[in-house]
Design a protein around this ligand. Structure first.
Ligand code: CU
Length: 145
């Protein structure tokens, strides 16, 4: 009886350990598979993406996105230290996308986000009056199926 019990305890530990390893293996690729996008929100009130003349972002609907943004303050900024905004809007009705209304501070910051589930045309706008050119601080944003 004693022996039986100790075997079943060992088996339970073994199963628990195996489950733990399986969960770890399952969790790791999800992080590394995120679509990494690096953006500079610059002091001249321009969003910049290296290698692109005009800033454009294309993501797949529903994919995990790691947004890495470096922000440099322009001529003016908000009292709470927000130097630029990064807000995603649907092009057709200017509807905001939940989770994509970001306030940027000076320096580098990362956001783990999920791409919109609905394919189509979107636009990123800066929401901080950061200079006279603030209105032009935009990124064309496309969601593919
Ligand atoms: Cu701005």
């Amino acid at each position: 009886m004693q022996k039986l019990l100790s075997i079943s305890l060992f088996q339970r530990l073994a199963i628990g350990g195996t489950l733990g390893v399986v969960l770890l293996l399952a969790a790791k690729p999800a992080v590394s598979q995120a679509h990494v996008i690096e953006v500079l929100a610059d002091k001249d009130s321009m969003f910049k993406i290296s290698g692109q003349k005009k800033p454009e972002i294309t993501v797949k609907a529903g994919e995990p996105v790691l947004l890495r943004i470096t922000a440099r303050k322009g001529k003016t900024w908000n009292r709470d230290g927000t130097v630029h905004g990064f807000t995603l809007l649907r092009a057709k009705d200017h509807g905001k996308i939940p989770g994509w209304n970001l306030e940027l501070k000076q320096g580098m910051q990362e956001f783990n986000l999920t791409a919109p589930g609905e394919p189509g045309d979107y636009e990123v706008l800066c929401t901080v009056i950061c200079s006279d050119n603030h209105e032009g601080m935009r990124i064309k944003f496309t969601v593919t199926p």
